[in-house]
Write a protein of this length. Sequence first.
Length: 237
Amino acid sequence: MLKKILLTALAAFLLFVILVSLTIAIDSRRLQKRNVFPGEKAIHIFNYGWHTGLVVAVQDIPEDYLPYFAMLKEHRFIEISWGDERFYQARGPGINWLLAVRALLWPTNSVLHLVGFKVPVDHFYRWSKYYTIYLTDDEFEDLIEYICSYFETDQNHKFIIIDRGLYGDSWFMKSKGTYIFPNTCNVWTARALKAAHLPLTPVIYQYPSFLVRVLENFSRKQKNHKNIRLAIIAQRE
């Protein structure tokens, strides 16, 4: 009986691995067919090892959505990510595994983490990796609309600030959405990219390495594009 259960579990695991690998390969191929430089709105996807999120330029945010980011409007860029309310705000050395397990297995409240910075993107992320994707104006606006749809408001329709953020000029904001596996922070990032019309299957991207694999393949295609080289130089100035 035990042997049968173990074999069934192993078969299910192998089927899951095959499904994930196949989906990532399909998404990567579909992304490779995308126009390398469809528009001049650059977004950046950062990877902190266990957590991913987005970076947008303040000057690119449509005027109607600027009030969502009012506390950081003096900065050049804003880093945006989403996560479990308690786990994400836990401060201290290392990972709080008790809160991590709770976040994955029990429906919990969520927060948005916003970080403003004025230095070039490659300087801010000099100790971690990031990937750049270029969007049309419409794609970028759809991305911002998706992000802003997560801001929670109080009875007076004001955004709810919970606390200062983890580093630099940053804030934790009350967010809509329930955090529980498979609705994780990395899936949120993938859904934001899909809202910007990138051909992704968000639920697959539970781990940053899955999403990074797809973005790395596409970034190689971008590197030698003349307009992208010029855009990168402009961002560093």
